[in-house]
Ligand binder design. Structure first.
Ligand SMILES: [Mg+2]
Length: 378
């Protein structure tokens, strides 16, 4: 059972599907064990329903994670995904299934279109999406701030600045070399006293390295709340070995793309926590399925994101606020973007994120700009 069951009274008709490209420079490079990004290429998907309600979703290029480039996202949206719903009548569930089943993979492109469909649906109903997902607009969540994988002194500087801005939870990117990773973390801890830390190795350690470095952090009693994806995504046995050998909670991220992955991880005893991202699940429905697996298993989830634009992050925030198994968010990407567009959706009072209401995602529509290829959304 999910909150979306029983929401299928109305038949919708999709009368237009559009997509437009954007390029958004970042304020500083975003660096992980898997990639380095200085500007984000992304695609905005638009769905228009009969009666005029229009919704938007977005997908960013993340070749290193989903295998999708901005070109492939645009091609999926202009081809099989558009064909799957354009001119179709159906309930929100039926139309969502058509997107999911249109083509294998292409999870970011599917997420963009599926979110656009849900935004249009909620706008048509005149309600915030969070409420249609079974949640309450007024509930809030504590956000974190990511510190890229850089030299220790650079990471320390970013961590200090984040603390001075009032951030309470820092997500520290590690996973390069365990000797250097220790130096990185030591520099961050010294520079950001009082911060709670989430570590993310992005698959960068072997199980043996992971156990060694995490056990050391535990022995030093560092203020760490969780360790995300210490080892390779496919190495469930390795993940389970790490989890058994240390006390800090282990979170799966790259290992979990859908509900079946989540069940496998739970059955293998491979993690304590799950990181859900719409760009992996292909949208809200797949994400809800994972959250339901987690709820059944008594596991808590984080709602995370790729280095994605504000539309994607707002959709993730609606879902995170709505679902009781999602207790943590890692939704800081908009703080990295030079542009604050589109306006609306959510606001942060310090690190605490709250939805601002309005129909659908509550965002102003993002215009298609003729000069988008030149950084049109700055
Ligand atoms: Mg991660």
């Amino acid at each position: 059972m999910s909150a979306l069951d029983g929401q299928d009274a109305q038949e919708l008709q999709v009368v237009a599907v559009r997509a437009h490209r954007h390029r958004a420079p970042l304020l500083r490079p975003f660096v992980t064990a898997a990639r380095r990004t200085e500007a984000v290429e992304y695609v905005v998907a638009e769905v228009e329903l009969a009666g005029g309600a229009t919704g938007q979703g977005s997908a960013a290029e993340t070749v290193a994670v989903t295998g999708e480039s901005a070109d492939s996202i645009a091609a999926s949206l202009a081809g099989p995904l558009r064909e799957a719903i354009l001119g179709r009548r159906g309930t929100i569930t039926e139309l969502s299934r058509r997107i999911t089943g249109a083509v294998p993979g292409a999870t970011s492109a599917k997420a963009a279109l599926e979110v656009a469909l849900h935004d249009a649906w909620a706008r048509r109903a005149g309600r915030p999406l969070v409420e249609l997902l079974g949640g309450r607009l007024e509930d809030t969540l504590l956000n974190d701030m990511t510190i890229s994988l850089e030299d220790p002194a650079v990471m320390a500087g970013h961590a200090r600045a984040a603390r001075e801005r009032g951030e309470q939870i820092l997500k520290i990117k590690l996973g390069h070399d365990i000797t250097e990773d220790r130096e990185r973390l030591a520099a961050v801890v010294e520079a950001a006293p009082g911060a709670r830390l989430r570590l993310d190795a992005n698959q960068g350690w072997t199980p043996e390295q992971a156990v060694e470095i995490i056990a050391g952090f535990e022995a030093d009693a560092l203020p760490i709340d969780l360790v995300e994806q210490p080892v390779a995504a496919a190495d469930l046995a390795g993940l389970a070995r790490v989890r058994a050998a240390v006390s800090l909670p282990i979170m799966a991220d790259e290992s979990v793309w859908d509900a079946e992955d989540a069940r496998r991880l739970v059955d293998a005893g491979a993690c304590d926590l799950l990181n859900i991202k719409l760009a992996k699940t292909g949208g809200l429905r797949g994400a809800l399925e994972i959250a339901e697996v987690a709820r059944t298993a008594g596991i808590e989830c984080m709602l995370g994101a790729m280095m994605e634009p504000r539309i994607s992050i707002t959709a993730a925030a609606h879902l995170a606020v709505a679902h009781p198994a999602i207790t943590m968010i890692d939704l800081d990407p908009p703080a990295w973007f030079a542009s604050g567009l589109p306006r609306g959706g959510y606001a942060q009072d310090g690190p605490r994120l709250r939805l601002t209401g309005g129909p659908g995602l509550g965002l102003e529509p993002m215009p298609a700009l003729a000069d988008a290829a030149d950084g049109g959304d700055r």
